[in-house]
Write a protein that binds this ligand. Structure first.
Ligand SMILES: C[S@@+](CC[C@H](N)C(=O)[O-])C[C@H]1O[C@@H](n2cnc3c(N)ncnc32)[C@H](O)[C@@H]1O
Length: 251
């Protein structure tokens, strides 16, 4: 451990403090393009979507692109600080704190369920994925669509084996150190976050799962896989994919 990286810091839970700078950190992400892509995937799967939920909505940036469209939409996330940031962006939207492994909605509530930006990679083992898919199946209506993306082993090996970046915006900033252990398929992102005179440390652990495991869990939970798409395209994913969008239908 580098002394300078870890000294004089308060250790906080994932997203407790990152939530406060998350939108600045993600300013390079074009959520409008991502939302448009998701809507085109609804059309691609030929599903009429009226109601949707983003199960890891974070600060709500993707969901803002559903305002003034024909959808009724909800957001949930396990992190209260992330949901608190999201609340600033909406007037009447229902946003709740909820774990994807125990979702606080009734059966058959939605036409579409979203889980985006590597959120599935926060599951630590197959059993947790199984619980998550089981819950998604419960809250989706029959024939409804479940769309989630995952990062692949290739992406982590190529970009995050030993990665460091730093950004500062006057009063706040962060230093990120990422490490990928390809033996156990774990990517660890350590953040040193500065807010005013305080410094915090958050460690985010993401696991990369083989496509075989994901497909097995989807099958076990009564999903038909309509498509597995490379990145933000309509091409089938393959060995050279770094991000895969999975489009699944509840049987
Ligand atoms: C990389 S962020 C993506 C946030 C948002 N989807 C976006 O595109 O900006 C991952 C999100 O997953 C959420 N998350 C992690 N584990 C979760 C769980 N078990 N249940 C619900 N949300 C979870 C985190 O709190 C965080 O907001």
């Amino acid at each position: 451990m580098k002394h300078s990286f870890y000294s004089n810091m308060q250790i906080t839970q994932p997203y407790d403090k990152l939530a406060l700078i998350y939108d600045k950190l993600m300013s390079h992400v074009n959520y409008k393009i991502w939302a448009d892509y998701i809507i085109s995937l609804f059309q691609y799967s030929d599903i009429k979507v009226n109601s949707l939920i983003d199960l890891s909505c974070g600060t709500g940036s993707l969901l803002t692109n559903f305002i003034n469209k024909q959808y009724s939409f909800w957001g949930s996330d396990i992190s209260f600080p992330m949901i608190s940031q999201a609340q600033k962006k909406f007037d009447n939207t229902c946003l709740i704190v909820s774990d994807v492994k125990q979702i606080a909605f009734k059966p058959n509530s939605f036409d579409a369920v979203l889980l985006l930006y590597d959120s599935l990679n926060y599951m630590q083992n197959e059993e947790q994925i199984d619980k998550l898919f089981n819950e998604v199946n419960r809250i989706l209506r029959k024939g409804g669509v479940f769309i989630f993306d995952v990062i692949t082993d290739l992406l982590c090996k190529t970009h995050y084996k030993n990665f460091e970046e730093e950004e500062n915006w006057g009063e706040s900033g962060y230093l990120r150190h990422s490490h990928y252990n390809e033996n156990i398929n774990i990517q660890q992102n350590d953040f040193r976050i500065t807010i005013g005179n305080n410094t915090f440390f958050e460690s985010h652990i993401q696991k990369v799962f083989s496509d075989m495991k994901i497909v097995k869990c989807l099958n076990q939970n009564n999903f038909e896989i309509a498509a597995q798409l490379d990145d933000f395209t309509f091409h089938h994913s393959g060995d050279d994919s770094e991000r895969v969008h999975n489009v699944c239908l509840k049987k």
